[in-house]
Design a protein around this ligand. Structure first.
Ligand code: KG4
Ligand code: ZN
Length: 356
C-alpha cells in the first residue's frame, strides 16, 4: 500500500487529495477543490495575482480536510506531491512551497509533478483504466496535443496546436458571444438545442513548408476569426444573435477536427486505444462524437472520468503514485517552479541538481 498527499495550484483551482495504490489499483481516498472561477469571471479570465492570493488562503484548509476525510495522518504518507510546471508562476509557487514545507516538517519525501503528466495520469482513475500503448488526446486551456504512450510509459508527441489551445478557443469565443468565463461549460450549455450545421466554419489545417498539411496538427485561430466575422455579419442584420446555433456550430467543428485527426493518427500509427484527458475532454459533444466514431473505426475510446478532466489534485496524486511504483527518485527540495517546461523533460523534475 502506497499513499500520497497531492496538491494542485497551477492555475485557478486550489486542490488537495489523498490517493492510494492498493492491490494493484489507484484509489482516491479524499479530494477537495476550491474553485476561484467566479472571482476571475468578472475579469473575463484568470488574474494571476488574485489566483496566488486565493491559493494561499485555501490550501491549509484543503490539506487538513483531505487528510481528515481520508482518515490518514502525515506519518501514513509515502510522499507529498505538488504540480511545479507548467502554469502561473506565483500560483505554482504556493502549492510547491506548501508541499515542500510539509515535506520537511513531517519528514516525508517530496515529489514534483508536471501538470501534463498529471492530466495524462487522470485516465488511470477510471474504473477500468486503459493499458498502454495508446494515443492520448490532451485538450485543455493551455494545450492541444496528441501523445503516444508506449507500453513502458515512454511518450512521443505526434500532434499539437500551432496557435490557440482548444480550451483557449472555447474561452475566447465565449467572450465574443458575451458568455461567461470559463467558456467551455458556458458554450456547452448554450449550444444545447442549437443547430450544429447552421454555420459553416473552417477546420484549421496547418500547411507544411514542403507542401501538403501536417496530418495530426491543429490551428484554432482561423476558426476564432471566422466566428468573429460571422457575429459581425449577423449583428449588422439582427438585434439578437442566434447564440444556440453559433455555439453549437462552433462546438461541432472543434469536436469534428479533434475526433478526425485523433482517429486518423490511431489508424496510421497502428494504435487501437484512444484516451482523452484535460478540461475540454469534459465536453459532452466531443465525448459522444469520439465514442461514436471510435466505435465505427474499431478504436476503443477511454475518457478521463468527468470529475478528473478539469484541474484537480487527484490526478497529481495518480501521477505521483505511478512514479513511486516505478521506483523513480524523489525530487530535490530546492526545486523551484517553471511557467514552461516540456513534458518530454518531466523526468528531470526528480534529478539532482534541480533543473530550476
Ligand atoms: O485542464 P483545465 O482545467 O486547465 C488547464 O490545464 O488549462 O482546462 C480548462 C479549459 C478551459 O479552457 C475551459 O473552458 C475548458 O477547459 N473546459 C471545457 C469544458 N469544461 C472546461 N471546454 C469545453 N467543454 C467543457 N464542458
Ligand atoms: Zn490543466
Amino acid at each position: 500500500m502506497t499513499t500520497v498527499l497531492a496538491l494542485e495550484t497551477s492555475c485557478d483551482e486550489s486542490a488537495a487529495a489523498v490517493v492510494q495504490w492498493r492491490n494493484g489499483k489507484l484509489e482516491v481516498l479524499s479530494q477537495g477543490i476550491a474553485s476561484q472561477v467566479e472571482e476571475h469571471a468578472q475579469w473575463g479570465g484568470v488574474v494571476p495575482e488574485i489566483a496566488s492570493r486565493r491559493h494561499v488562503e485555501a490550501l491549509p484548509r484543503l490539506v487538513e480536510s483531505a487528510l481528515e476525510d481520508a482518515g490518514v495522518v502525515f506519518a501514513d504518507l509515502d510522499a507529498v506531491a505538488s504540480t511545479v510546471a507548467p502554469g502561473l508562476v506565483g500560483a505554482l509557487m504556493v502549492g510547491s512551497v506548501t508541499a515542500r514545507t510539509l515535506s520537511v516538517l513531517h519528514q516525508r519525501p517530496f515529489l514534483a509533478i508536471h501538470h501534463l503528466e498529471a492530466h495524462l495520469a487522470s485516465v488511470q482513475l477510471a474504473p477500468e483504466p486503459p493499458r498502454p500503448p495508446y494515443l492520448v488526446l490532451l485538450v485543455s486551456g493551455g494545450h492541444t496535443e496528441l501523445i503516444r504512450v508506449d507500453a513502458q510509459g515512454g511518450m512521443e508527441r505526434l500532434g499539437r496546436s500551432h496557435d490557440d489551445a482548444a480550451g483557449e478557443a472555447f474561452d475566447k469565443v465565449a467572450r465574443l458571444l458575451g458568455l461567461s468565463y470559463p467558456g467551455g461549460p458556458a458554450i456547452q450549455a448554450v449550444a444545447e438545442g442549437g443547430d450544429p450545421t447552421r454555420f459553416a466554419l473552417p477546420k484549421g489545417r496547418v500547411k507544411r513548408p514542403e507542401g501538403g498539411f501536417y496530418p495530426y496538427d491543429f490551428s484554432f485561430s482561423g476558426l476564432k476569426t471566422a466566428m468573429l466575422r460571422q457575429v459581425e455579419a449577423l449583428r449588422s442584420q439582427t438585434e439578437t444573435l442566434p447564440l444556440a446555433d453559433l455555439a453549437a456550430s462552433f462546438e461541432q467543428v472543434v469536436a469534428d477536427v479533434l475526433v478526425d485527426r485523433s482517429l486518423r493518427c490511431c489508424r496510421e500509427k497502428g494504435l487501437s486505444t484512444l484516451v482523452m484527458v484535460g478540461g475540454v475532454a469534459a465536453n459532452r459533444r466531443l465525448r459522444n462524437l469520439m465514442m461514436q466514431r471510435g466505435q465505427a473505426a474499431g478504436v476503443s475510446v477511454q475518457c478521463a472520468p468527468l470529475a478528473y478532466c478539469t484541474d484537480n489534485a487527484a490526478m497529481v496524486g495518480a501521477a505521483a503514485l505511478q512514479r513511486l511504483i516505478r521506483g523513480t527518485p524523489f525530487s530535490s527540495l530546492s526545486l523551484g517552479v517553471s511557467a514552461r517546461w516540456p513534458l518530454e523533460q518531466a523526468s528531470a523534475l526528480q534529478s539532482e541538481p534541480a533543473p530550476f
